[in-house]
Design a protein around this ligand. Sequence first.
Ligand code: FAD
Length: 474
Amino acid sequence: MTTAIFWFRQDLRLSDNPGFLAACEDYDQLIPIFIDDNGHLKSQLGEASRAWLHHSLESLNKQLTTFDSELLLFKGVALDVINDICQKTDIDAVIWNRCYEPEAIERDSNIKAALKAQSIHAQSENALLFFEPWQVLKKDGTPYRVYTPYWRQVAQLGLEQPPVSTPSKIPTLPTASLSNVTLKSLDLLPNKPWPADMLSYWKIGELAAQNTLTEFLARSGGVDYKNKRDLPAVVGTSQLSPHLHFGEISPRQIVWQTLQETPLHELDGGTETFIKEVIWREFAYYIMYHFPDTQHEAMYPQFKNFPWLEDVSENLEKWQKGQTGYPIIDAGMRELYATGWMHNRVRMIVASFLCKNLLINWQLGEAWFRDILVDADLASNTLGWQWSSGCGADASPYFRVFNPVTQSKKFDKEGEYIRRWVPELKDLDNKSIHEPWLASSVVRSRLDYPEPMVDLAATRLRALDAYSHVKKQK
Ligand code: FAD
């Protein structure tokens, strides 16, 4: 009788899960586990992510029970938890799918070594990415820092990969008394009304993820994606990011199902754009793997001395609360707080505003996003913030300072998005909704809305000056 542990991490699904499939096929008994090691790693989950995780674990357990199995939950240092299980029951193998955050790599290497020393087989598979980061390199053997050539190579290696099958049965649990805990005792749901309201916007778990993909493809799919993806007022993107972060769905499943409707050789512009976005996520993991220091510092050394402003708490709070006086920024920040998610176009606008107009260090923006986003992801969040602040891989050029008013007029022409999230402006006409300070003094006197917190032109020049000095340093 052989027994394995399968350790669920960022792969909270039963389908297209290579590690889980191997564990189900190769062993007589199986212990599916999840370990809450938050607090034992530096990169802790934010509040929104923890709340999502609660429901995702609940959903995964429900699926496992339909196979007469169960997800056993543990809390603590992962190595200690696994050692404890191995001492209490006879374990032949521990299997998981790889994670790529630098700390997770270190943790997993230590666990692998410890298991090897006890002659327990440790096996890891890839369920998170199309390709391992070390498989995609330039001709000279070094990693890419720019997306387009990376994309070309990845597309050439082949993205049309069929998902692996879902196990038809799950081996039974051994009878052993283990130190597992209840979901409630993981205390993932903070005791505040905020996450409960926020979660009402979402359906969580593997089946919900698959439905979200199916609905997206039926709604507009790739075809309309190119036209709609930049309009924050419409549901033009897939909203799969939190499902992808927790591995409720795999990128391979997304691309495979998308290509069932439009084969790769006939790709229309919209579908290709969508697949390219999915590969931006892969690129984010790639950069985090090859340049692990980027999780807490700029990729380029000259940015270490960037003159970020220091006494910023008041301005940071106005930005966080959506009280900047710039409607598109405030709409985005309020959407984020209400739903745990923000449209990508608006993420770029609010991030540029924070780093460039307010000269606030990107890391403070990254930390706020990490706490509030349900899709908070070390790789994509770092890449997004470094892109926006101009200090990372394939960053936006330093002289690109998004003008929130111009962006607002272009991407939220009728002000529909602003009206939804900044209701105090809903009665303004389509011109002054983007620039409430242009409304008549009578109208303005009735508005409970702040004046712009900074002057856009002056702060743009200040940013350009700061950036040009840094850029000159080699
Ligand atoms: P879609 O447009 O439907 O795209 C499909 C999938 O592709 C997404 O679910 C996502 O996994 C991936 N993707 C799309 N755009 C990007 C991108 N620019 N970078 C990396 N992956 C992408 N994404 C996160 O998942 N987590 C984060 O913490 C995060 N932080 C960000 C911070 C900033 C400042 C910026 C500018 C972007 C950030 N993004 C982050 C990327 C992007 O905004 C979201 O992935 C996207 O808005 C998710 O919505 P969607 O699922 O509808 O995307």
